[in-house]
Design a protein around this ligand. Structure first.
Ligand SMILES: *Cc1c(COP(=O)(O)O)cnc(C)c1O
Length: 423
C-alpha cells in the first residue's frame, strides 16, 4: 500500500467482538494468562502476546505497526518521548567504554544528552567536523557502536547524504541511526538508503496537533548483527537480565528491536501511554496531506523572506541557492519539510524585536504543529550551550527558526511582514 493508505489502515482491522472500526484505547496495565504455562511461554518470548503495559500495549502496537510500515521497517518500539527513543536506541547497543560518532548538527536536547549525559555513563560521543561521510569515518574505532545523524537537522536544516554515510558505516560494520523527525517517512525513508535504525519524536509532525508527546524506534531488520559478534556482543551473547536469551538466536532479524523492548524499556520504563498512542494515531492519519501543505508553505515563506530588505539570510534546502538543495531533491523530492531558519538584520537584539512582534506565529519551542511556530534558539532551546557550541550545531545569535504551519500562506506572510516592520 502507499503511504496515504498505510497511515490510515495498517495495524488495525475492525475488532471482531465489538465491531469498533477505530483502534480503541486499551487503558489497561496487565493482561491475563490462560494458565501458568501460557505465562511462562510469554516470558520466554516463545509465543507472542501481552504481559504488562510498560512493555507492550495493543493501542501502542497499532501505532508501532503503522510507523514501521511507513518506514519500511520490520518492527518498531513506541516510547514516551522522542528523547527516550534517542536514548534507548543508543543504550540498546552501547555501554560504558564504548563510543558513538555523531554529526554535529543536532536537536538541542539530543546534543545535551550526547555532550553531557551519555559521557557520565561512560559512553563517549565523538562529534564529527561535519555531516560528511569522510569526517564521520575518521572517528570510528573498534569501540564505535553507532553513527548518529538527523536526516534533516533541527534547526540547522542540513540534509545528510544518507547513501554515502550508510555505505561508509557498512564498510566498517557499524550501525547507522537516523532521527527522521523533521522529514517524517512521508518525505524520506532512510531504510531505503541503507540506514539501519530510525528514531522519531512523534510529538512533532506525526502527531501534528501539539497535544501529545511520544517517541518511536524503527528497526529496518537489515543489519547483520551476527557478522559483527565482537562489536555487538549484547545482541549476540546470553542476556543476563533476561535469563540468558541470545537475541539474535531468539528473534533473528528483530533482535535489536526485541532487545530494546525487553531490556531498556522493560527495565527503565519510558513507556508510551495508550491514550497518547491513540492521539498520535489520529494525527498520523493526515500526515501525508499535512506534509504537502507544510512544504508548500515553507517554500513560499522562504522565497518571500529571501527578498525582504530586513532579512540577512534564509536557510531552507528547498531554495535553489542552499548548499544541500541537490540532496533535498535526491532524498525528498525537493520538499525538505516545514522548518526553516533565517537571520533578521541587526543580530541578537533585532532577532528578539522581531520575535516579540509576532502575532499569528506562536512563540514556543516546538515544531511540526498545524499552527505556525517560531523560536529564537539562542535565547531558548540552545540557551544552555556556549556560543561556541551554538555555532557548532548551527545556531547564530540572530537565528529565528520557523515551523511553518498549514494555515493560509497569505496570512502567514502577513504576520512575518508586520513583525519585520517592527525591526
Ligand atoms: C523534538 C525532537 C526530539 C525530542 O523529542 P521529544 O518528543 O520532545 O522528546 C528529538 N529529535 C528531534 C529532531 C526533535 O525535533
Amino acid at each position: 500500500m502507499k503511504d496515504e493508505t498505510i497511515a490510515i489502515h495498517t495495524g488495525y482491522t475492525t475488532d471482531p467482538t465489538t465491531k469498533a472500526v477505530t483502534a480503541p484505547i486499551f487503558q489497561t496495565v496487565a493482561y491475563e494468562f490462560d494458565d501458568a504455562q501460557h505465562g511462562a511461554d510469554l516470558f520466554n518470548l516463545a509465543v507472542p502476546g501481552n504481559i504488562y503495559s510498560r512493555i507492550m500495549n495493543p493501542t501502542c502496537d497499532v501505532l508501532e505497526q503503522r510507523v514501521a510500515a511507513l518506514e519500511q521497517g520490520i518492527g518498531a518500539l513506541a516510547v514516551s518521548a522522542g528523547s527516550a527513543a534517542v536514548n534507548y536506541a543508543i543504550l540498546n547497543i552501547a555501554s560504558a567504554g564504548d563510543n558513538i560518532v555523531s554529526v554535529p548538527q543536532l536537536y538541542g536536547g539530543t546534543y545535551t544528552l550526547f555532550a553531557h549525559m551519555l559521557p557520565k555513563q561512560g559512553i563517549e560521543v565523538r562529534f564529527a567536523e561535519s555531516d560528511k561521510a569522510e569526517d564521520l569515518e575518521k572517528l570510528i574505532d573498534a569501540k564505535t557502536k553507532a553513527i548518529f545523524m538527523e536526516t534533516i537537522g533541527n534547526p540547522a536544516g542540513n540534509i545528510v547524504d544518507l547513501e554515502s554515510v550508510s555505505a561508509m558505516a557498512k564498510s566498517h560494520g557499524v550501525v547507522c541511526i537516523a532521527d527522521n523527525t523533521v522529514a517524517t517517512p512521508v518525505l524520506t525513508k532512510p531504510a531505503t538508503y541503507g540506514v539501519d535504525i530510525i528514531v522519531h519524536s512523534l510529538t512533532k509532525y506525526i502527531g501534528g496537533h501539539g497535544t501529545t508527546l511520544g517517541g518511536l524506534i524503527v528497526d529496518s531488520g537489515k543489519f547483520p548483527w551476527t557478522n559483527h559478534q565482537d562489536r555487538y556482543r549484547d545482541l549476540n551473547s546470553p542476556e543476563e537480565s533476561y535469563h540468558g536469551v541470545v537475541y539474535t538466536e531468539a528473534l533473528g532479524e528483530a533482535a535489536y528491536i526485541g532487545r530494546a523492548r525487553t531490556v531498556p524499556l522493560r527495565n527503565t520504563g519510558s513507556a508510551l501511554s495508550p491514550f497518547n498512542a491513540f492521539q498520535l494515531l489520529q494525527g498520523l492519519e493526515t500526515l501525508p496531506l499535512r506534509m504537502e501543505r507544510h512544504c508548500d508553505n515553507a517554500l513560499g515563506v522562504a522565497k518571500h523572506l529571501s527578498d525582504h530588505a530586513k532579512v540577512d539570510w534564509v536557510s531552507y534546502a528547498g531554495l535553489e541557492n542552499h548548499e544541500h538543495h541537490e540532496l533535498a531533491k535526491k532524498y525528498m523530492g525537493g520538499n525538505p519539510s516545514g522548518i526553516l531558519t533565517f537571520g533578521v538584520t541587526g543580530g541578537y537584539d533585532n532577532g528578539v524585536k522581531f520575535y516579540d512582534a509576532l502575532k499569528l506565529f506562536k512563540r514556543l519551542v516546538n515544531i511540526g504543529d498545524a499552527k505556525s511556530l517560531a523560536c529564537h534558539p539562542a535565547s531558548t532551546t540552545h540557551r544552555q550551550l556556549t556560543e561556541e557550541e551554538q555555532t557548532k550545531v548551527g545556531v547564530k545569535p540572530e537565528t529565528i527558526r520557523l515551523s511553518v504551519g498549514i494555515e493560509h500562506l497569505e496570512d502567514i506572510i502577513e504576520d512575518l511582514d508586520q513583525a519585520l516592520s517592527a525591526v
